[in-house]
Design a protein around this ligand. Structure first.
Ligand code: MG
Length: 253
């Protein structure tokens, strides 16, 4: 590892993880792929696909992609690997079976929030994404609109029981009670994750719940480039994190 860690907290082991002992929880956008102008523009490159396949095999399947994207979306992007999946920040889980927490009543509430945001999205050419369990307003390429978008999402969701998540170039209203941390705890209670040491890697504020969950279960959070994170390790960029995983595979082969 030529490049330095940005932060290391406590007595955490920074040695590359051992796929025989760890369970891997990986965010998608900004972690496995670069952030693109539009969510539909991303492609998982061949090298990362090979890495994920090898991790899944070496860990007996203890690999989950933990994303804010809808489950169907992340399933299509990772179809060549077939990992366990967490979609819409924990509202949806696919592992053995598919689970979704969204009731028709929830969806009606979310549809109302979407309608209240549609004019703003249209006016500024922003992407308004209706997901199962969330409404996301993306402002990639228009960082100047961050405050406006965050205020608008908060106002549109004011009367609903929704959680406001301000991520990287996106602001979302998400069903309450679901987050990446809860999803990690759910999967960690099931084979083949159960009994392993959880490792959560992510680049955004929405990954903080995941870091906390992994660390509460004796594992480690790895934040990509956010020194203010609660993660015990903060690495400089996503390539550091992927190289670290590759080194773990090579060292423990
Ligand atoms: Mg991310």
């Amino acid at each position: 590892m030529a490049r330095e860690l940005l932060a290391r907290r406590g007595t955490v082991d920074i040695g590359p993880p051992d796929p025989a002992r760890h369970a891997f929880f990986l965010d998608f956008d900004g972690t496995l792929v670069d952030i693109a102008a539009r969510p539909s523009d991303v492609v998982l490159d061949a090298g990362t696909t090979d890495l994920l396949r090898a991790l899944k095999q070496a860990s007996d399947g203890a690999l989950a992609i933990v994303s804010g994207r809808p489950l169907d979306d992340i399933a299509a992007l990772t179809a060549a690997i077939g990992p366990a999946l967490v979609g819409t920040h924990g509202v949806e889980i696919r592992h053995e079976d598919v689970r979704s927490a969204v009731s028709p009543k929830d969806q009606a509430v979310l549809d109302g929030v979407g309608r209240r945001l549609s004019e703003l999205a249209l006016t500024h050419g922003l992407l308004l994404e209706m997901k199962p369990g969330a409404v996301a307003l993306h402002y990639r390429g228009r960082a100047d609109l961050a405050d406006l978008c965050q205020d608008a999402v908060a106002a549109a969701a004011r009367d609903a029981e929704l959680r406001i998540l301000a991520g990287n170039m996106v602001c979302e209203a998400v069903l309450t009670g679901y987050d990446k941390g809860r999803a990690i705890k759910t999967l960690m209670a099931e084979a083949p994750f159960r009994g392993r040491i959880p490792l959560m890697i992510g680049d955004d504020i929405t990954d903080e719940d995941g870091f906390r969950a992994a660390q509460s279960l004796g594992g480690t959070g790895v934040s990509i480039g956010r020194p203010e994170s609660c993660a015990r390790l903060v690495c400089p960029d996503r390539h550091w994190a992927l190289d670290w995983l590759r080194e773990g595979l090579a060292r423990h082969a």
